[in-house]
Design a protein around this ligand. Structure first.
Ligand SMILES: NC(=O)c1ccc[n+]([C@@H]2O[C@H](COP(=O)([O-])OP(=O)(O)OC[C@H]3O[C@@H](n4cnc5c(N)ncnc54)[C@H](OP(=O)(O)O)[C@@H]3O)[C@@H](O)[C@H]2O)c1
Length: 341
């Protein structure tokens, strides 16, 4: 685990942190704000998010801490959230995809997708894609995704015939798959953005005492297990050191596509190093999130691809009537994650 690390002066840098109202995300937002960054906190609950934002402003003395509220499990909400971020951030230097959950019981999102995959992978995938032009225009910039050592759990890799874990759902099985998806996403994003000044890295933050099993998300032995090990875990501030390091360390300016534990690059699992799986997951995710090929280049982002195109303009799939819709399906395929509650 990384020890204390002097965060560089981040004045003039704007960084988005998802899941920023609690746990590792809140500590990450606090450390970045303390270093002078303009931090855009993303939270799914307005009152929890507002309380955390106000607390961080007081604690850091940095008034440039903003809040955007959206639900990563809901495509339309992610589109609204991305539009809100783009309004607050004319320049965007970092995105920390931190929000995540683990669920004892299988649930479906509003879009009919298994919830763990929706929140931990598809939501961050969509958000990153919608912010990519702004990140590219603001390069050097970084996307950091908080994965987990649990990405090693699906030893045979992703089951593309059952990405929604309909067959024999178990909490840690769905969670491990989503965290493997985080590493595959990072490696494919790094490949697609090579040479643009945008880097993509991911990490295991350590085993951290957070509200991870809270709000009734887990029950039975899983909730008991989390409670039992809490006293020996890292604090959220310790857990935040790795994402903060990845999004800010000068020595990582040209490092991309890597999996970190603490401040060290580690080799991720064999399944996470499968380039065909990474490409396939990217394409499945593009279809499942309803991204058009105009929003997401078919393969690499061309050098200096920044167009300044904002979410919410014509052709981006948002409804013109201001109602939240599912986004244009483009050439999407609703059958990728069949809904069988
Ligand atoms: N804790 C660990 O030991 C550990 C180990 C390895 C990896 N990680 C990873 O670290 C990340 C942060 O977890 P944490 O331990 O800090 O847990 P946490 O305290 O429960 O934080 C999770 C955050 O994600 C947010 N979130 C959940 N569902 C969401 C949704 N649908 N839309 C938007 N935001 C949503 C939560 O919001 P609410 O507060 O509204 O629920 C919360 O802010 C996760 O990606 C997790 O997989 C944690």
């Amino acid at each position: 685990m990384a020890g204390p690390w002097p965060v560089p002066d981040l004045t003039g840098r704007t960084i988005v942190v998802t899941g920023a109202n609690s746990g590792i995300g809140k500590a990450t937002a606090r450390q970045l704000a303390s270093a002078g960054a303009h931090v855009v906190m993303a939270a799914r609950d307005r009152s929890r998010g507002t309380a955390a934002r106000d607390q961080l402003r007081r604690a850091t003395g940095n008034e440039a801490v903003d809040l955007v509220v959206f639900d990563l499990s809901d495509r339309a909400s992610v589109r609204d959230g991305a539009a809100g971020i783009l309004e607050l951030a004319p320049r965007l230097h970092g995105l920390v995809n931190n929000a995540g959950l683990v669920l004892s019981d299988r649930r479906l999102s509003a879009d009919g997708v298994e919830m763990t995959l929706a929140v931990n992978h598809l939501g961050p995938f969509l958000l990153t894609a919608l912010l990519a032009d702004r990140l590219l225009a603001s390069a050097p910039s970084r996307v950091v995704t908080v994965s987990s050592i649990s990405h090693r759990q699906p030893v045979r890799g992703l089951d593309f015939d059952d990405l929604g874990t309909e067959h024999r759902y178990r909490a840690l099985k769905a969670y491990g798959r989503s965290k493997l998806a985080n590493v595959l996403f990072t490696r494919e994003l790094a490949r697609r953005t090579a040479g643009t000044g945008l880097t993509a890295n991911c990490c295991h933050p350590g085993v951290v005492a957070t509200g991870y099993s809270g709000d009734g998300d887990t029950s039975g032995w899983l909730a008991w297990g989390f409670a039992e090990i809490t006293p020996i875990l890292l604090t959220p501030d310790q857990g935040a050191r790795t994402p903060v390091y990845l999004v800010s360390a000068p020595e990582l300016a040209a490092v991309s596509g890597q999996y970190f534990v603490g401040r060290r690059v580690r080799r991720p699992s064999r399944a996470a190093r499968d380039p065909d799986a990474a490409r396939r997951l990217w394409e499945v995710s593009r279809l499942a999130t309803g991204l058009t090929t105009a929003e997401l280049p078919p393969d690499r982002w061309p050098q200096g691809a920044a167009t300044g195109r904002a979410v919410g303009t014509a052709g981006d799939g948002r409804r013109g009537d201001g109602k939240r819709g599912g986004g244009r399906r483009g050439d999407g395929d609703d059958t990728i994650f069949p809904v069988r509650p």
